[in-house]
Ligand binder design. Sequence first.
Ligand code: SF4
Length: 395
Amino acid sequence: MLLCVEVNFLVKHSGLSDLYDKVAAGERISEADALRLFESKDLNAIGAIADLVRERKNDNRASYIINRYINYSNYCILSCQFCAFSKKKRDADGFQLSVEEIVQKAREALSVGITELHIVGGLHPSLPFSYYTDMLRALKALDARLQLKCFTAIEILHLAWLAKKSGRDTLIALKEAGLESLTGGGAEIFRKEIRSQIAKGKESAEEYLDVHRTWHQLGGRSTCTMLFGHIESVADRVQHLSLLRGLQDETHGFTGFVPLPYQPDNNEIDVKHPPTGFDSLRTIAISRIYLDNFDHITAYWVGMGLKTAQVALSYGADDLHGTIIEEHIFHMAGAKSPQLHTEAEMLKAIREAGRTPVQRNTFYEPIKVWADTPPADEPDHDSHSKILDENLATA
Ligand code: SF4
């Protein structure tokens, strides 16, 4: 066994050394094993096992993407209980953007070097299907290299209903218009009993998985998520991970997994104890260990803050997500993180954690591998670019 002395000591005293041995031998852990990990309080031992997997898959690299979020509208015909984002037409703080406004936001963001637009919205009651295809085409016309990661599975089902097409034909039409990746949002927690309490009316687990399955069969890639730390049990989390691992075995179409810590404000769910740092780190670590067929685990700084996301790089995560620039969904639910992080802040966080920073594209492929120490011409860590600040001011 390749266990160094310090890790050996740490794991040996945790009662988890059989799981370490299993993982070190390249064996897959079971659902029962994952539950055991969730029941353990030895975060450092769990982290050591996760770090073994992370290092095997990604060596010493940790990635980030220069991206921008755009929400085209927050009007939604559903009212998921956990959601603080959706509004009805009567609400004063509802909004919807025209294609021209979206293109303008993209144009501004291109000037700070974004490679990806991440676009989602509510299930709009009246926008026609052509709005979505026009939006994709207009963004591709702006810059064909801009990668468009758009829509959650429930949005795809909504668009299929609007277009009067099957899910497959809807995805084909969106792909032809420029869609390159689906987002992973909307997975929430798959177990029906929990899902119906936090997101009544939303698509079922089977429907979520089927949209991603179809997209993968068409040659597309996507990410996937899990909203944790509300009313679900750890067994529900393991079942969720199990369904994702099963689909990945089938299609190999997921690029990465993004665990999302629940945000407790401005919604109908009474959650007394939203996710702590401990819970966020163990969930990332156990995901890394359990999802042995996933290449990447992202620590989503919007939900846990950059400080915890940075620590997560030693607990199984190999990616910090992106600069984002303008986030609404988590912030309307109480996230205290800033609206954006600059590339300089990402580089600092990654280097401090002892990893080599890599700027990646939508598919987690490297665009630029940075030096381990900052070159002289690298932007100052504390400086926000003028354009980013202007973007934030108009967000
Ligand atoms: S989570 Fe999505 S589908 Fe549910 S109410 Fe909010 S915007 Fe609508």
